[in-house]
Design a protein around this ligand. Structure first.
Ligand SMILES: [Zn+2]
Ligand SMILES: [Zn+2]
Length: 313
């Protein structure tokens, strides 16, 4: 799974931080969480293969998360997209897209769905759940849950047991017991290792720290949580239904996630070092996102997670 932060600011863009948008490549398909202004340029810069974009998921109807959508929809057409696209978001999203496209007929079909808590997207190897969060208006966090990976096939062991390459090995890999031509029975666990757990990513959108987010993030590999303010501005965070970096870290700690990445920083902070420091006091594995940061996530042996941080250029 690969995650690219296209924009990590809030409200209005700054030179360093554009508006919220996170691109995720899961099993070769792309999902876009929120679509701030300029997302279409950043999508291009990130080397997105347009036909692989399956869905755009909008967390809530505030402009900083949304105003990039009309531009991206039209750019996708210019770049040659013809496959259907899903747009998912809170009530009002259908009306918004309809208004944006009132004078334009796209060359590809688009399906707009208003989210309700629960499953909002089911694909062959992953699904996305929506949960309500607390932002003063209807707002959603999204949890992306990958199905488990099959265990490793031990070819040497299969060879030793006399299982010929071909359909018998495929059936064992699918977890079926097989009977060899000489009548011997081979159980799948003799040649296939235990399945490896799929990855789980949670994207908070804008929110106060809340229980629904703690619950849905339980055991997640990566929690992407907004951290608009530092603790110094906690009163402002409460008033505007946002979180401080310390509060985001507390959510990460309560839900025992493996990795926390903070984003959606207020433009008033020239540096977010102080926000990161206050988060790390409460949750050691905290990181601060920056525009075009890419994180490659991989499940290692057992339950270990490997995360590789690079810059997308
Ligand atoms: Zn926002
Ligand atoms: Zn908002």
């Amino acid at each position: 799974m690969r995650v690219v932060f296209l924009g990590t600011g809030s409200s209005t863009p700054t030179e360093d931080r554009w508006l919220p948008s996170v691109l995720v490549n899961v099993r070769g398909e792309y999902l876009l969480f929120d679509c701030g202004e300029g997302a279409q340029y950043r999508v291009l810069k990130a080397g997105l293969r347009v036909n692989k974009l399956v869905a755009i998921l909008i967390s809530h109807m505030h402009g900083d998360h949304l105003y990039g959508l009309p531009g991206l929809l039209e750019s996708l057409e210019v770049w040659g997209r013809r496959e259907p696209l899903h747009v998912i978001g809170p009530p009002g999203i259908a009306e918004y897209v309809e208004a944006a496209l009132a004078r334009k007929k796209l060359a590809y079909p688009i399906r707009v769905e208003e989210a309700v808590p629960g499953s909002v997207l089911e694909r062959a190897h992953y699904r996305v759940l929506a949960v309500r969060v607390e932002h003063g208006i209807e707002a959603y966090a999204y949890a992306l849950i990958e199905e488990d990976y099959p265990g490793k096939f031990d070819s040497a062991k299969a060879e030793a047991l006399g299982v010929p390459p071909g359909p018998l090995r495929r059936r064992l890999l699918l977890g079926e017991r097989v009977v060899l031509p000489d009548g011997r029975v081979v159980e799948p666990q003799e040649v296939v290792g235990p399945p490896r757990r799929g990855l789980k990513l949670v994207y908070s959108g804008d929110t106060r720290p809340c229980q629904s987010l703690v619950d849905v993030s339980s055991g997640a590999d990566l929690l992407i949580h907004e951290a608009t303010f530092s603790s110094e501005h906690e009163a402002e965070a409460q008033l505007s239904f946002h979180s401080t970096a310390a509060e985001a870290a507390e959510v990460a700690s309560k839900s025992s996630v493996k990795l926390l990445v903070l984003t959606h920083f207020s433009g008033r902070y020239k540096s977010v070092d102080a926000l990161l420091a206050e988060a790390r006091e409460r949750f050691r594995r905290s990181y601060a996102a920056e525009d075009m940061l890419a994180i490659e996530l991989k499940r290692w042996e057992g339950d270990w997670l490997v995360a590789l941080f690079t810059r997308q250029r």
